[in-house]
Design a protein around this ligand. Structure first.
Ligand code: DC
Length: 232
């Protein structure tokens, strides 16, 4: 069976990373969460005061990128065998999933020079194929040649509910459901309306609305699609 590239795009909090991880584990592929990479740049910008009260100091951020100050990598978690996002060598999984990064990441991801910086790294990661990558522009920009392209979606309420439960499980008792819903809707708007690489399915993407599917059902669906493409 030859190795392929699996590109999974979709709205925020629609469960694409859960299904992408499950597929990668089932077939022994590398999994890359590109949202984590945009989140790392956002965390860097917040920590270095390159974003203050929603204002981005774009020129300064560009200089930091050009000077090689922002290094993003993934380290395998020895227990789960899943990749953990690292910013300049430090594991930052927890920080990049918090509300501060979530509230600031979309405008950072809309900056063309940030996208150029990260897309080049993502393309390099897929050179050998055998990769499952999830994001917003994987099928349209990063790997338009991917053998399997999936666009995942679900209603904003269903996605906010899932994200809300996730935050609660992590011990966040201050964020309300309405805040999460607003964040999901705002991110949808910015992600779909930005000028560079807006969120949209590629012409040949398979569309999956998982509002009414269980995790098992969607994993099974994806595995079936994978075997069809990988055996071609
Ligand atoms: O998937 P996520 O919620 O972790 O993504 C975080 C942000 O990064 C979100 O605003 C969309 C953006 N993003 C992007 O523009 N392109 C990608 N390939 C992945 C994420």
């Amino acid at each position: 069976m030859s190795k392929i590239i699996v590109a999974i795009d979709g709205h925020s909090s629609c469960g694409k990373s859960t299904m992408a991880k499950a597929l990668a584990r089932a077939v022994g592929y590398i999994y890359v969460d590109t949202g984590a990479m945009y989140r790392c740049v956002t965390l860097y910008a917040l920590r270095n005061r390159l974003i203050e009260q929603g204002r981005i100091y774009e020129f300064a951020l560009l200089q930091h990128i050009r000077s090689g100050f922002i290094k993003i990598s993934f380290q395998l978690d020895p227990e789960t065998n899943l990749p953990l996002a690292c910013l300049n060598g430090e594991v930052v999984e927890q920080e990049i999933r918090g509300m501060e990064v979530s509230n600031n990441v979309s405008p950072i991801a809309a900056l063309p020079f940030v996208r150029t910086f990260l897309v080049a790294q993502q393309q390099a990661m897929g050179r050998e194929k055998g990769i499952v990558m999830d994001g917003r522009d994987i099928a349209t920009v990063v790997f338009p040649q991917a053998e399997l392209k999936v666009f995942v979606t679900a209603s904003a309420e269903v996605r906010a509910q899932r994200r809300f439960l996730e935050l609660q499980e992590k011990g966040d008792t201050t964020t309300t459901f309405d805040e999460v819903l607003r964040n999901v809707q705002e991110r949808d708007y910015i992600d779909s309306h930005r000028e560079v690489a807006p969120l949209k399915p590629a012409e040949d993407s398979l569309i999956l609305d998982n509002s009414n599917l269980t995790r098992e059902q969607q994993n099974e669906w994806l595995l079936t699609q994978f075997h069809q493409r990988a055996n071609q």
